[in-house]
Design a protein around this ligand. Structure first.
Ligand SMILES: C[S@@+](CC[C@H](N)C(=O)[O-])C[C@H]1O[C@@H](n2cnc3c(N)ncnc32)[C@H](O)[C@@H]1O
Length: 203
């Protein structure tokens, strides 16, 4: 078993990371729809940006004033910077990093369950990353109701993958201070419960 960052670094080197855009694109587009009417020209942070495909998508489609991608894998960040020297990519563990300026919108796709205690990183994002009236929108495919994902830990050989129900994820948001917490299931299919998306506002 390897740590999440080690496994995803291997993916960046082998090219397996290219599949992440393909697999995450549809639910992530629905996540963008959740904020784009409410925030005009927002400052966005992508927490666990991988190779940076979402950063580039948001920039190219003029969905933001400024965007930063943060990821703990050096290989992912090197790849992102090579593809796109213009945008800002930072290599750091999410729980050790704080932005200079707080963001309007924090997005995170398929990252939060790689933390032993997700409530801690969610609280850190609430306290240090998001402005008043900002929003955190998290998407995950690995959660209790989505039975198809239950063997992913064995399949991927990642040592830290925490399986919680959607109700527990909502609690993590509420306990961190987020208000108006909502959940959605995007891109449902046969035997696939969909991406669990949780949004929470900081008032
Ligand atoms: C499944 S990938 C998702 C990447 C991207 N969000 C996407 O949708 O393509 C998970 C990412 O989280 C990053 N990650 C995992 N644990 C992390 C941590 N503690 N700090 C920073 N990044 C982390 C990994 O390096 C990896 O790039």
């Amino acid at each position: 078993m390897k740590s999440p960052i080690e496994v995803f670094s291997d993916w960046a080197i082998s090219g397996k990371d290219d599949g992440m855009r393909k697999n995450h694109f549809k639910p992530v587009m629905k996540m963008i729809e959740l904020f784009e009417d409410k925030y005009k020209n927002p400052y966005i942070i992508d927490a666990g940006c991988g190779n940076g495909w979402l950063v580039r998508h948001l920039d190219e489609n003029k969905k933001c004033k400024k965007i930063i991608g943060v990821d703990g894998s050096k290989s992912m960040i090197t790849k992102a910077k090579n593809i796109d020297p213009k945008n800002n990519y930072i290599c750091s563990e999410l729980d050790l990093w704080k932005p200079d300026y707080k963001a309007d919108v924090v997005m995170s796709m398929e990252v939060m369950y790689y933390f032993k205690k997700p409530e801690k990183i969610i609280k850190h994002i609430f306290n240090n990353w998001i402005k008043k009236n900002g929003v955190f929108i998290m998407g995950i495919d690995f959660y209790l109701e989505n039975k198809k994902c239950h063997d992913w830990k064995e399949k991927t050989g990642v040592d830290t993958m925490e399986l919680f129900s959607s109700a527990i994820w909502i609690k993590f948001f509420e306990k961190s201070g987020f208000k108006n917490v909502n959940k959605y299931f995007f891109n449902e299919g046969q035997e696939w419960k969909g991406t669990l998306v949780v949004e929470g506002f900081k008032f």
